[in-house]
Write a new protein. Structure first.
Length: 155
C-alpha cells in the first residue's frame, strides 16, 4: 500500500462518505475516459450478453453434479501430475522444489492404472489409447527414476 501512496494514488472508502459531502472523483480512470462523457457502451455490452445464452441453460451436462466418468478423468489428471511430482520430474508448486519419493510415485501410478481400468469401458478408442500412452510414459519414467533415487516411503 505504501507503494501506491508513493505513486500519488489515494484510496477513498466511499462507504463512509456522508450524505452532505460531495462524491470524490474516480481516479481509477485515465484522463481520456474522464474527459469523454459516458456513452451507451454498457447497454451495448448488455445487449450482446443478452444475445449470448447462458451455457448452463443450454448444456445439460452443466446442470447438476458432474457424472462419474468426468470425475474419474479429472482424477486421472491429478494422479498423473502427482506421480510426475513425486518422481521429481516436475516441481511441486507448494514447495517450489522437485521432491522425489518413489513410494508415493508408485502409489499414484498404481492408482492411475486402477482408475483407468474402471473408466476404460466408457471411453472411446482414441481416449483409451491416450490414457494407455500416459500410463506407459509414467511407468517408463518410474523405472528410470527408481534406479537413480533411493526409495522414500512405503513401496
Amino acid at each position: 500500500m505504501s507503494e501506491s501512496k508513493e505513486q500519488g494514488f489515494e484510496i477513498v472508502d466511499k462507504r463512509r462518505l456522508g450524505e452532505t459531502e460531495p462524491p470524490q472523483p474516480d481516479i481509477s480512470r485515465n484522463a481520456e475516459s474522464a474527459a469523454t462523457p459516458e456513452t451507451s457502451h454498457s447497454s451495448v455490452s448488455t445487449e450482446a450478453n443478452a444475445a449470448t445464452p447462458d451455457p448452463s441453460e443450454t448444456d445439460p451436462e452443466l446442470l447438476g453434479p458432474p457424472n462419474v466418468e468426468s470425475l474419474l478423468a479429472y482424477m486421472l489428471n491429478l494422479l498423473a501430475t502427482s506421480a510426475w511430482q513425486w518422481m521429481g520430474v516436475i516441481m511441486n508448486p507448494e514447495t517450489s522444489e522437485a521432491t522425489v519419493d518413489i513410494g508415493q510415485a508408485r502409489l499414484a501410478i498404481d492408482t492411475f492404472e486402477a482408475v483407468a481400468e474402471k473408466l476404460s469401458p466408457s471411453l472411446d478408442e482414441r481416449t483409451r489409447r491416450e490414457i494407455q500412452n500416459a500410463l506407459a510414459d509414467l511407468r517408463v519414467n518410474f523405472v528410470e527414476r527408481s534406479t537413480k533415487a533411493p526409495s522414500g516411503g512405503a513401496s
